[in-house]
Design a protein around this ligand. Structure first.
Ligand SMILES: Nc1nc2c(c(CN[C@H]3C=C[C@H](O)[C@@H]3O)cn2[C@@H]2O[C@H](COP(=O)(O)O)[C@@H](O)[C@H]2O)c(=O)[nH]1
Length: 312
């Protein structure tokens, strides 16, 4: 994802609210001796997996809705993954055709049915957008891919970059772009995480086989930046620090928001380069991301930036 890497570096070189501390990156790299702890995909045991196209459908719905859980302090990503897992288990149809028809009904549901599906007692954060995005994904899947996300994945011919290009071309809700100082910045969090989920779930085989998986960057969400800040790798200016520590919302598309996300991507690319130079190891950003993310979600005390967004 050259566009993501290049635009993240562009923002980092002009950033005024967020700084990437290269010395702290070096300290972290030396401390772990270039060995990023291996975290297994689905270390939580909350995802659906059946080694076939219904799993691809599950992951695409999951990542279409994989954003902004924090406005409800009791809600997390786990509720989404495990709620959909339960729904997918209930599908249990010997006939694939019937199973896919049932998933297509899920794309048409409204807010109250979505809550029911996730076993959530009250409205979800930005619920109308979640419902709209489901409809958008369902319609375009049917129009261009025979209603099956597996066909979308097949159309990419085992290239992660092509799959991301296809997703962002066909599904407007995945176009995670921002304008920063007059330039278009590409971050593509949910499109990239879908590729990573395929790669992780199918262990690099079958629907998860991508020859260019090393082109993927980290997924700029609200957990990984908080971990990078805790590690001292990201430094925030005093106003931004104050806003985040007092849980004040950061405006979507603001310089602060774009800098937090872009500098996170840039910092991990720097970490990856350094590990390669110092220890001769070629790591994937996906593996660094999962390590940092798993640390972040286990640290309840971490304060993260709060932006209302459908992108992450
Ligand atoms: N960078 C990055 N961000 C990730 C994930 C994942 C889950 N990936 C699965 C893949 C394999 C594993 O087994 C994971 O389960 C979710 N998120 C983001 O976190 C936020 C939710 O946080 P909280 O409100 O505390 O639940 C929200 O922005 C969500 O989009 C990741 O891997 N990397």
């Amino acid at each position: 994802m050259e566009a993501v890497r290049a635009s993240a570096a562009w923002v980092a070189s002009r950033s005024s609210h967020v700084t990437v501390d290269l010395q702290e990156i070096e300290k972290v790299v030396d401390k772990i001796q270039g060995n990023v702890p291996k975290v297994e995909w689905d270390f939580e045991g909350i995802h659906y997996f059946d080694n076939g196209p219904l799993t691809v459908q599950y992951l695409f719905v999951l990542d279409a809705l994989n954003f902004c859980f924090w406005p409800d302090k009791d809600l997390s990503y786990d509720h989404l993954a495990s709620g959909l897992k339960l729904a997918w288990r209930k599908i249990r149809q010997p006939l694939m055709l019937v199973a896919f028809r049932i998933t297509l009904d899920i794309f048409k549901i409204l807010g109250p049915e979505l809550r029911q599906l996730l076993d959530w007692p009250r409205p979800l954060p930005i619920e109308e957008e979640r419902v709209r995005l489901l409809h958008e994904v369902g319609l375009e899947l049917q129009r261009s891919f025979g209603g099956e996300a597996a066909n979308l994945v097949k159309a990419a011919g085992n290239s992660a970059a092509t799959l991301i290009e296809l997703i962002t071309r066909h599904f407007p809700g995945f176009r995670d772009h921002s304008l920063y100082k007059g330039h278009q910045v590409f971050l593509y969090k949910r499109a990239q995480i879908f590729v990573a989920d395929l790669w992780g779930a199918f262990k690099g085989q079958n629907y998860g086989e991508f020859r260019d998986i090393n082109s993927i960057t980290i997924f700029a969400d609200y957990i990984v930046p908080a971990v990078l800040r805790e590690l001292g790798i990201l430094k925030y200016g005093s106003n931004l620090s104050c806003s985040i520590d007092s849980n004040r919302e950061i405006v979507p598309g603001s310089e602060e928001e774009v800098e937090i996300r872009a500098c996170s991507i840039y910092a991990v690319e720097k970490m990856r380069d350094l590990i390669s130079k110092k220890f001769g190891k070629q790591l994937l950003s996906i593996d660094i991301d999962l390590w940092l993310w798993s640390c972040g979600v286990q640290n309840m005390a971490l304060s993260h930036h709060r932006t209302l967004s459908i992108y992450y």
